[in-house]
Design a protein around this ligand. Structure first.
Ligand code: 23J
Ligand code: MN
Length: 260
């Protein structure tokens, strides 16, 4: 009998492996990205009661809900961006399922983001992290901790200004280093989208989308609780809904963390 999974289940039950929820709660006030005119907009989350132990259904409670694929804590599939549009395994229903469970490297730039709302993560920050924690292993999630999820006021979370959102994010060289150099699984952030607030003016525009997805890598946005993760060693379970041809989906993101 193999013992690996039995040991794993016992470690979950005994809390030697802690399950950390990296997911925001979905509700009608969940902040969603607003694109400038003339671009089409995503729908926010909405929920409508079907019945609640009442005349409409005496013994059962259930709801209909609706939202865009990119609402709340969500997964960006490679076909989300034009650079990934022809990837046969790049939609929510065609992604190889092994890639939905992967280790995480957490780069903590919460201090930098507190000092500068438009903090730009560059290769210098990644290389400094690697000098301390070792090379980012191939197939890892790289998660940028900014503590942005502690901005519970939607206005402050989106932080929209006259010149666009003031939100931290990576530059193109940082994404190139991770996608091409380290062959990561994907890139995750606490903010509403994986790109910097001013990334429309970067070269290329929206590098975390254009370069990551073009390289068949994933994105995770609106993550929470990254401050509860170690820099290395956590394992992320992030499985989007199996929407046929989907570009992404809201999902529950779980981190498994081994406690000393
Ligand atoms: C569509 C267009 C631009 C962006 C986005 C979506 C996202 O951030 C997203 O949720 O993928 S920047
Ligand atoms: Mn998205």
């Amino acid at each position: 009998m193999p013992s690996l999974l039995a040991e794993f289940a016992a470690a979950i039950a005994s809390r030697r492996i802690e399950v950390v929820d990296l997911t925001q709660t979905l509700h009608p006030g969940t902040p969603v990205i607003g694109l400038p005119s003339p671009f089409a907009q995503t729908k926010p989350f909405a929920i409508e009661e079907i019945s609640r132990y009442d005349a409409r259904g005496p013994a059962w409670y259930w709801n209909n809900f609706s939202c865009g694929e990119h609402t709340g804590t969500h997964f960006d599939a490679p076909i989300h961006w034009i650079t990934g549009k022809d990837l046969a395994d790049g939609a929510t229903d065609t992604i190889p399922v092994q890639r939905l469970i992967a280790p995480a490297c957490v780069i903590d730039v919460s201090r930098e983001a507190a000092e500068d709302e438009r903090f730009i993560l560059t290769p210098r920050h990644i290389l400094a992290w690697e000098r301390e924690h070792g090379l980012i292993p191939k197939g890892s999630w790289v998660l940028m901790r900014t503590d942005w999820s502690k901005r519970t006021d939607p206005e402050r979370f989106l932080n929209m200004k006259a010149d666009g959102p003031h939100v931290p994010g990576p530059n193109a060289d940082a994404i190139r280093l991770l996608a091409a150099g380290r062959d990561v699984n994907g890139w995750g952030v606490e903010a509403v989208g994986t790109d910097h607030g001013q990334a429309f003016s970067f070269e290329p525009a929206f590098p975390a989308h254009a370069l990551m997805h073009g390289a068949n890598k994933f994105g995770l946005a609106s993550l929470s609780n990254l401050d509860k993760l170690p820099p290395t060693g956590a394992v992320i379970v992030a499985a989007p809904l199996k929407i046929r041809g989907g570009s992404g989906s809201p999902l529950r993101v779980l981190a498994l963390v081994e406690r000393g």
